[in-house]
Design a protein around this ligand. Structure first.
Ligand code: APR
Length: 308
């Protein structure tokens, strides 16, 4: 294949992303991890699944960052996952060190790549990645909104017992408890959910979405979600490779949109061959805008801890 994707981190999110990428069959995949043997073993295992699953993508694991050379997209999943009782912000300093060191390697070995950050706390790590690589802002974004909205979609489907694929949803804001689900922009085959679901149930579903990651952390006890985060990330890679101009929520750098600037946060973007090609400014209600700006304010405070 001509296209190459580097996945940094061969843990739960990294390996699941590599698996979905292999199945998507649109690029070769290299997984990089610091643990000796693990990326190599998972790469070999995934390669051996190829004949049965019907993919031809070359997929391998390594401990050498030089192997990301030539990657069109780098997906950053390295970092510590949350444990029960930890907020995404608790991970801040620990994961900032990891993201900073990996960012320098990306800058050195894959200077033309697009970077999709998945490591948490997502919006802050995406900001840090962009600052350390110095890449243009359209080439660095964070995967959060696709995950948050796919969670919303799944919950709506469970509520109504209708096909998940018929549901479109929009979730804005930081990837955390301050996220802003937008039921007004959520539909089932074009029908606003307000016409199908009672108000109190919509509120409950929105709330469950906002703490959707935490629900899984509590169940797993030893880590955080990985299948849905991985699937969401692959959707973004496809949009870039196929120049789909796909409108989806992602963590993007704002320069005054929604009255917010100099911060990465979840907003609707158009994702295509140039990465984040546009940011879409929706008309929000006062309450929605206040929630989004509140989310941004929290992140600005957290950025100070990182010295920004
Ligand atoms: N370079 C490469 N890999 C690293 C580095 C580094 N500097 N530091 C840690 N890693 C690797 C670990 O060795 C581990 O294999 O990152 C991997 C993380 O895997 P898991 O512990 O399974 O964590 P995971 O569930 O994949 O979550 C990773 O994604 O969703 C977020 O909050 C989550 O920040 C977390 C990240």
């Amino acid at each position: 294949m001509n296209k190459k994707i580097a996945v940094i981190g061969a843990g739960n999110v990294g390996a699941s992303t590599a698996m979905y990428l292999a199945e998507a069959n649109f690029a070769d995949v290299v997984m990089v991890d610091i643990i000796e043997g693990v990326p190599q073993g998972k790469g070999l295992d995934l390669t051996q699944a190829g004949p049965v699953r019907g993919y031809n993508a070359k997929i391998y694991g390594t401990n050498k960052f030089t192997d990301i050379k030539g990657a069109d997209i780098v997906i950053m999943t390295a970092g510590l996952p949350r444990k029960p009782g930890m907020s995404r912000e608790d991970l801040l300093n620990m994961n900032a060190d990891i993201v900073g060191s990996v960012a320098k390697k990306i800058k050195q070995h894959a200077p033309q790549s697009f970077v999709i950050v998945v490591s948490n706390p997502l919006d802050l790590m995406t900001f840090h990645m962009q600052k350390v690589t110095g890449f243009p802002k359209n080439r660095v974004c964070g995967q959060a909104g696709v995950l948050d909205s796919t969670r919303f979609r799944a919950f709506v489907s469970m509520e109504l017992d209708v096909a998940m694929t018929d549901i479109q949803a929009m979730v804005l804001g930081g990837h955390g408890d301050t996220m802003v689900p937008l039921p007004r922009y959520t539909t089932v085959a074009g029908i606003p959910i307000g016409e199908l679901i009672a108000k109190d149930r919509i509120k409950a579903i929105s709330q469950r979405t906002a703490v959707g990651g935490g629900e899984i952390v509590k169940l797993l006890k030893t880590g955080s979600a990985y299948y849905a985060p991985a699937a969401a990330t692959v959707d973004m890679c496809r949009a870039i490779f196929n120049d789909e101009k796909k409108l989806l929520p992602a963590s993007a750098y704002l320069t005054g949109e929604y009255g917010i600037k100099d911060i990465y946060i979840g907003v609707p973007v158009v994702l295509g061959a140039k990465g984040v090609e546009r940011i879409i400014e929706l008309k929000l209600t006062k309450a929605e805008l206040t929630a989004l700006q509140g989310s941004a304010k929290t992140y600005k405070e957290h950025l100070k801890i990182l010295g920004y």
